[in-house]
Design a protein around this ligand. Structure first.
Ligand SMILES: *[C@@H]1O[C@H](CO)[C@@H](O)[C@H](O)[C@H]1NC(C)=O
Ligand SMILES: *[C@@H]1O[C@H](CO)[C@@H](O)[C@H](O)[C@H]1NC(C)=O
Ligand SMILES: *[C@@H]1O[C@H](CO)[C@@H](O)[C@H](O)[C@H]1NC(C)=O
Ligand SMILES: *[C@@H]1O[C@H](CO)[C@@H](O)[C@H](O)[C@H]1NC(C)=O
Ligand SMILES: CC(=O)N[C@H]1CO[C@H](CO)[C@@H](O)[C@@H]1O
Length: 346
């Protein structure tokens, strides 16, 4: 999810040219459009150039000159390929193996993103209108991602073996959040992802403050890569706003809207961009009421490199409500200043 930063650092540029990910397949289609549309250097091809990828018993294109959102992306929403009559759209989207969206209806412009493991040499995406309704799509991106992006296993509460079998799941992105930083848009990300700011997820905003030190981010063997998250994301973080009180002990909490009854993969991205020596920072992480990690010390993962980017995956139990809460707070095991300064999650 993303690349190419405006600040120049030899470490980062090296990373960009040496490891920059080139997708094997990269289909960007501006559905219904007569012309190609370029958004941040990415060409979304005109609909008729893409017609060889497409089959439908009946379809029309729709068109408006209205500006739908203020960004360049807006152009992509002005045209659409519509399957059958114009009435209230409600439809399913599936692949051969997975139902991706069920009874979707669209009120406001919306991007839905999924990761699926394609093990054959074609991928079919099927739009199925609900009864007496229709389906539509404004733009479609089908882009290869590196295999390392989704490892097969993750931590879980249920078993010390962890959760296994992520490679068989179709994953829908719920939120991709840049803690402590601004929106990191797709032009800053090698995989064209967008990382949104945290404010709308943060409970008690006054408990948190932010730090930025993008230049200090290092990618080391055994740690994260720019494909997992770009330096613009690792280089900012949210910390406890303890106002200099060393006895502060509270959690910073983010809350996400989810669908009840599903399991969620939570990827924590960490980079201690503040500490000047090792073994200074210990903290705990909670998802809802379970402690997911106790006394996390990033130094133990970073092979003697400060500010090394690191990530950790966790799969939740089936959610009991339609909210998922992630919190972080200081560890009280170690006789050190209780830092919860640099917790980052995406
Ligand atoms: C959309 O409308 C504009 C202006 O009315 C027209 O120039 C363009 O050809 C139309 N595009 C399609 C795909 O119908
Ligand atoms: C539109 O994009 C396609 C695919 O990237 C390219 O092959 C084609 O030359 C482009 N057409 C124009 C008119 O730019
Ligand atoms: C996708 O499935 C194949 C075949 O089972 C497996 O070898 C590969 O590691 C999987 N890729 C990912 C990213 O899970
Ligand atoms: C963590 O925050 C405290 C209080 O805000 C600050 O004094 C300390 O320097 C920060 N931690 C590190 C490792 O710098
Ligand atoms: C955080 C970051 O690096 N943001 C940059 C993303 O890219 C745009 C230009 O494409 C810059 O203006 C931002 O500063």
């Amino acid at each position: 999810m993303f690349e190419l930063l405006f600040w120049v650092s030899s470490v980062l540029c090296l990373a960009c040219s040496a490891i920059g990910f080139k997708p094997a397949d990269n289909y960007l289609i501006d559905c219904g459009s007569l012309t190609n549309n370029t958004v941040s250097g990415r060409v979304f091809m005109a609909d008729d150039l893409a017609s060889k990828f497409f089959s439908a018993p009946r379809s029309v294109v729709g068109n408006t000159s209205k500006s739908i959102t203020s960004s360049a992306v807006s152009r992509l929403y002005r045209t659409a390929r519509i399957f059958t009559d114009l009435s209230l759209a409600r439809f399913d989207v599936s692949t051969e193996n997975h139902v991706l969206l069920s009874s979707l209806s669209v009120g406001v412009p919306l991007v839905k993103e999924f990761s699926v493991n394609v093990t054959t040499n074609s991928l079919t995406i099927i739009f199925t209108p609900s009864e007496n309704s229709f389906a539509f799509i404004n733009a479609l991106e089908v882009v290869s991602a590196p295999d390392q992006l989704i490892p097969d296993n993750a931590r879980t509460d249920k078993s010390s073996m962890g959760f296994q079998g992520l490679m068989w799941q179709a994953l829908e992105t719920v939120a991709r959040v840049n803690m402590g930083g601004p929106m990191a848009s797709f032009d800053n990300d090698t995989l064209s992802r967008t990382w949104v700011p945290e404010q709308s997820f943060l409970i008690e905003k006054n408990l948190a403050s932010t730090v930025s030190n993008i230049r200090s981010v290092k990618y080391v063997d055994g740690g994260s890569t720019p494909e997992i998250a770009p330096a613009s994301v690792y280089g900012t973080c949210t910390k406890m706003n303890s106002l200099g009180d060393p006895n502060s002990n509270f959690d910073v909490t983010w809350e996400f809207d989810v669908d009840q009854g599903f399991q969620y993969l939570v990827r924590f991205n960490f980079c201690d961009i503040v500490s000047t020596t090792f073994n200074q920072l210990y903290f705990n992480i909670f998802i809802d009421s379970s402690m997911v990690v106790r006394d996390l010390d990033l130094s133990t993962y970073s092979v003697n490199v400060l500010a090394a980017a690191y990530y950790m995956d966790y799969v939740t139990d089936s959610t009991m409500t339609n909210k998922l809460r992630v919190s972080s707070g200081p560890s009280n095991l170690h006789d050190v200043y209780p830092y919860a300064n640099h917790t980052k999650w995406a």
